[in-house]
Write a protein that binds this ligand. Structure first.
Ligand code: ADP
Ligand code: ASP
Ligand code: MG
Length: 824
């Protein structure tokens, strides 16, 4: 029979309702043997310790005892039938009188041995196991055997330097006598308590039930150890201190170990060892949200996820600094120091030594600071008296802050960001240590700064959803439309796809607005006014902050100057998305170099909106090429403006009037000649030709310009006025087309085999697909080996800020899905 371990912490066993919830979880698990390891009811272990402390100092304990009795009476009365609760309470009274006897002894001797502490503090787990097993037995939906196991009858441990060590052999033998190989059902086991080799009760230390769970997992050969608690999993920070912390899907044993060691109370550091030895995955799950998958802790996780998995902090730390020229070059100083501390049973949390060996600095739990000072003074008495060691400084009220992640190994800049973040938050760092494994960086700071430090460091490493740092250049009509679209979607994208799209920089030719966190999407226009002077280098450095996994720049300008930078950006790891046609239709060498840089730097370069605005033209063409189709011809109407002009031009009004009207409505470029020259269409033709593999230059494209030669240099108003002098020829052309049952369309035509590419005004029969478009529609027709008789046609609105922005947005989401596929 397979075993699964389920451990429920005190937070999951706070009251009667919690016990019912736990029983629900236990009984709805898949049909395998369940080992249910329980902690004491929330707060009870603390209460038992308070009883001990009060007795030692001879303070009253009656109120505490009443509180203890009342909590259990309420729980069992609500939960159990009178008979079962009677049985429980009878035993409970016997236990209380045993506790009282021990406490009386402590009162007399004014001290408590660790044996007395272990004995008293371990009752909570016994009570929980009795209540839960009684409850399970009485539940009508329980058709299982329920066995109540007192871990003291099974688990034998001996004291080790780092805490209790399991004596596996006798433990395994004991277990076999209590849980037979044929057992089929639920075993409710006490967490935290064990016995030593003398047979006396001991414990696994505070929060030790997690360790119990993993020990029993190893003993039973369990397939999983589930640790059920009051949060949904291991989080990127303690949610009580870092409210924006999120659940980590997966972490490695070592990461979990580091987080636990540095104070993430959600799991006990020693829990990992038995699970690692037997390769048992640990799953941290939320009792209050049992459908949530929680956090899976296994040997290997995807290292390319976030560099940093979490931040954690421990308060109650003292920093000891030993300083003196006498330590320089003297071998064995550290050895003597830490040897003395080991002998005194002090655990050192962090060590840092300057390379000059002039000082050694280390952190210890605050409550051992006094002892440490005495021990060190004694160990270095001679050096102190001779002045070779000048000082032993003890600074209390410190804390250790740590960032943890397997992924940071070998990645430069993590420490830099960590300390810069603390520095800019004005938090003083007293000592620093980085494990040789490069799995954590830790710093000693003042305890009172801890929460602030945790929050700023957490934020600066973006330990939330998959974060993409976005810089947008050119917030004109298209750029603004994109930001408006983003503004309406970011929340949904975060919730549905776990995507955290952060606009962190917006820059125009004059000004830029940078924000370390994110720029409010509904407020960027007013914030921009308070921005600083544009500095492209600084802008890009900001977008690509070293702690962020992904950076993308969206170029919404039409500038060559900006397009000339793409190669540099792609090479340094910044993805580029753009509707700007300059790079793609400029010199072929530059275009080719961008492709090869993006390939070798593993950065993405997306430009769907360069042709047909939001229509999926480039992507379709890529798909055709990549799936092995052969493109023979591409033709179509690629300009929304020219599309509009010829859709409206029906012979009733002169062409020049239509142009003037379109210009006044903003349907054309400010200078309509930019559209009428055909150059923009020619650029798009070049982009498509190159996508198919032709190394075509813009100059090779035949372009029929609709701008009369004599008006090329005129000012815009003059051009608009004098265009009517040229109406005749177009009117004639229109008339003769009409007589032949045709219409005029400004089209691009790419014959791929012959490299014959031209953009021109052409006649089409009224039933041709190019004839039947409306408004600013674009249409692109692909004739390919597969689509030969009946070409593939893409048609729809092909101009305007909104649809262009939608094309860019689609590229951004495409980029995110590529990043997810890479899992980096
Ligand atoms: P249990 O009683 O289930 O053993 P604990 O109180 O021992 O629960 O541990 C759960 C608590 O750990 C959470 O409520 C949370 O406040 C705290 N905690 C600290 N750091 C973390 C972290 N990184 N992830 C999740 N919880 C954390
Ligand atoms: N009840 C014990 C404690 O509070 C053990 C545990 O909950 O893990 O420390
Ligand atoms: Mg715990």
């Amino acid at each position: 029979m397979n075993w699964t371990v389920h451990k429920f912490g005190g937070t999951s066993l706070a009251d009667a309702e919690c016990f019912q919830r736990v029983a629900d979880i236990v009984l709805t698990q898949p049909d395998e043997n369940r080992a249910v390891v329980v902690s004491a009811v929330g707060g009870i272990t603390d209460l038992l310790f308070r009883l001990i402390e009060n007795s030692i100092v001879r303070e009253p304990i009656d109120e505490l005892l009443t509180e203890l009795r009342e909590r259990y009476e309420v729980i069992v009365r609500e939960l159990l039938f009178p008979e079962e609760s009677g049985v429980f309470l009878e035993q409970f009274e016997i236990d209380l009188s045993d506790i009282n006897s021990v406490l009386k002894a402590l009162f007399l001797v004014k001290s408590a041995s660790h044996r007395s502490r272990d004995m008293v503090s371990g009752f909570g787990e016994l009570w929980s196991s009795r209540i839960l097993s009684a409850l399970l037995r009485t539940r009508s939906d329980c058709d299982k055997n329920v066995l109540c196991v007192d871990a003291r009858d099974v688990l034998v441990v001996e004291a080790g330097e780092m805490g209790p060590i399991v004596c596996w052999e006798p433990t395994q033998e004991n277990l076999a006598t209590i849980v037979s190989a044929e057992f089929d059902g639920v075993a409710v086991i006490t967490g935290y308590i064990a016995r030593d080799s003398d047979g006396l009760q001991t414990t696994l230390g505070r929060n030790g039930s997690d360790y119990s769970a993993s020990i029993f997992g190893a003993l039973l050969g369990a397939n999983t150890v589930n640790i059920w608690t009051d949060v949904n999993g291991v989080m990127s920070g303690d949610p009580r201190r870092v409210p924006e912390a999120t659940v980590i899907d997966e972490i490695s044993y070592s990461e979990a170990m580091e987080l636990a060691y540095f104070g993430a109370k959600v799991i006990h550091p020693q829990t990992m060892a038995p699970a690692v030895a037997h390769g048992i995955p640990i799953q941290i799950r939320g009792t209050f949200n049992p459908l949530h998958p929680g956090t899976r802790i296994t040997a290997a996780t995807d290292q390319r996820q976030n560099l940093i998995k979490g931040v954690s902090g421990i308060d109650g730390v003292a920093l000891i600094n030993l300083e003196g020229a006498g330590m320089i070059g003297v071998p064995g100083t550290a050895d003597r120091l830490f040897g003395a501390l080991r002998d005194a049973n002090v655990s050192v949390m962090l060590i840092s030594q300057g390379s000059s060996e002039h000082s050694i600095c280390f952190a210890v739990p605050e409550d051992s600071a006094e002892l440490v000072k005495t021990v060190v003074e004694k160990a270095f008495a001679v050096e102190l008296s001779q002045g070779q060691i000048q000082n032993i400084d003890v600074t209390t009220e410190c804390g250790v802050l740590a960032v943890v992640g397997d992924g940071m190994a070998g990645i430069p800049g993590v420490a830099g960001r960590f300390f810069r973040t603390l520095g800019s938050a004005g938090i003083n760092v007293r000592a620093i240590a980085q494990g040789a494994s490069e799995r954590n960086i830790s710093a000693v700071i003042d305890a009172k700064e801890m929460t602030r430090a945790l929050r700023t460091v957490h934020a600066s490493f973006y330990l939330s959803a998959k974060t993409v740092s976005i810089g947008l250049i050119g917030p004109g009509a298209v750029g603004s439309a994109l930001l408006d679209q983003l503004s309406g979607e970011v929340e949904r994208l975060r919730n549905v796809f776990n995507l955290d799209l952060r606009l962190r920089a917006v820059g125009s030719s004059q000004r830029m607005l940078l924000d370390d966190q994110f720029i409010k999407l509904d407020d960027w226009r007013s914030l921009m006014e308070a921005g600083e002077d544009m500095d492209l280098e600084q802008f890009m450095n900001h977008v690509q902050a070293e702690h962020l996994p992904h950076a993308v720049v969206i170029d919404c300008t039409a500038e060559s100057d900006i397009a000339d930078q793409y190669g540099k950006w792609l090479r340094r790891g910044i993805h580029v998305i753009t509707p700007n046609k300059r790079a793609h239709s400029g010199p072929i060498e530059y275009y080719a170099s961008l492709k090869s840089i993006s390939h070798s730097a593993n950065t993405h370069f997306l430009y769907e909106a360069t042709v047909g605005a939001g229509l999926p033209v480039i992507q379709t063409l890529k798909d055709l090429v990549e799936t092995g189709d052969e493109i023979e011809n591409i033709s179509g109407i690629f300009s929304g403006t020219l599309s509009y002009l010829f859709n409206v031009f029906d012979g009733t009004r002169p062409f020049s009037e239509i142009v003037r009207e379109a210009c006044s409505h903003g349907y054309t470029e400010p200078d309509p000649r930019d559209d009428l020259s055909g150059l923009d269409v020619a650029r798009k033709a070049v982009i498509l030709a190159r996508e198919v593999g032709l190394d075509l230059e813009l100059q090779e494209v035949y372009v029929e310009s609709l701008v009369p030669a004599e008006l090329i240099k005129a000012e815009v108003p003059e051009f608009l006025e004098r265009l009517e002098d040229h109406d005749d020829s177009l009117a004639k052309r229109h008339q003769s087309a009409k007589e032949a049952g045709q219409v005029l369309r400004y089209v691009a035509d790419l014959n791929i085999k012959t490299r014959d590419v031209g953009v021109r005004l052409q006649e089409f029969p009224v039933d041709h697909p190019f004839a039947s478009i409306s408004l600013t529609d674009n249409i692109v027709q692909f004739v390919t080996r597969r689509y030969c008789k009946n070409p593939l046609i893409i048609r729809g609105p092909g101009a305007g800020p909104d649809v262009t922005a939608a094309g860019i947005f689609a590229d951004l989401l495409r980029l995110c899905s590529m990043l997810s596929a890479n899992n980096d």
